[in-house]
Design a protein around this ligand. Structure first.
Ligand SMILES: [Zn+2]
Length: 197
């Protein structure tokens, strides 16, 4: 496995519509493994193939156990040709992107979605996701259509620097040792106090 170079905003590959994958072969499985390793090393919670310069329709998602609430199971998905077939609800939360490091902004996403696609055995899969997991999936699937979260910023909001957020948190929560660090990554700059809303 290998850690791949992450393509940054401004690279035209991030703005192309990625092509549908017809065959699951060894090369694709290797790419999936490398994408997963790259995502975990970043660290990030999601990565789409165009972000490593491959304009094909594949995404990886990883959320640790307890990512939003205690008891949430670990999520570890690799999806080929993912497609949203059902979307309900609307929630605004902040997101970041490994291709736009150092910034976060507010984006509205569907709160509950159903995604169909294919796994690395070439079998059809159907995934139901809600909350943060649904947000990550929507962010990654957008990448396959050349869409970045900054295209979807809520009106009257602007991007915020992550370094400013970290400083605020350090001041406000200096005595709260249990509080997780803001997780700024490919798909969601997630702060535990912001998902409850
Ligand atoms: Zn992204």
């Amino acid at each position: 496995m290998a850690i791949l170079e992450i393509v940054l905003e401004g690279d035209p590959r991030l703005r192309q519509k990625a092509t549908k994958i017809k065959t699951v072969d060894g090369a694709l499985r290797r790419l999936a493994a490398d994408m997963r390793e790259t995502m975990l090393a970043a660290p990030g919670v999601g990565l789409a193939a165009p972000q490593v310069g491959v304009t094909r329709r594949m995404i990886v998602v990883h959320l640790p156990a307890g990512y939003a609430e205690e008891g949430d199971p670990e999520i570890d998905w690799t999806l080929i040709n993912p497609e949203i077939v059902r979307a309900q609800g609307r929630e605004v939360d902040q997101e970041g992107c490994l291709s736009i490091p150092g910034w976060v902004g507010d984006v509205a996403r569907a709160d509950r979605i159903t995604v169909k696609g294919m796994d690395l055995d070439g079998k059809g899969v159907r995934i139901k996701a809600e909350g943060w997991a649904a947000r990550v999936l929507q962010h990654e699937i957008d990448h396959l259509d050349g869409i970045l979260y900054v295209d979807r910023l809520e009106p009257d909001t602007t991007l915020r620097r992550v370094s400013d957020l970290v400083d605020e948190d350090a001041l406000e929560d200096a005595d709260d040792e249990d509080r997780p660090e803001p997780m700024v990554d490919n798909s969601a700059a997630h702060r535990s106090d912001e998902t409850a809303a």
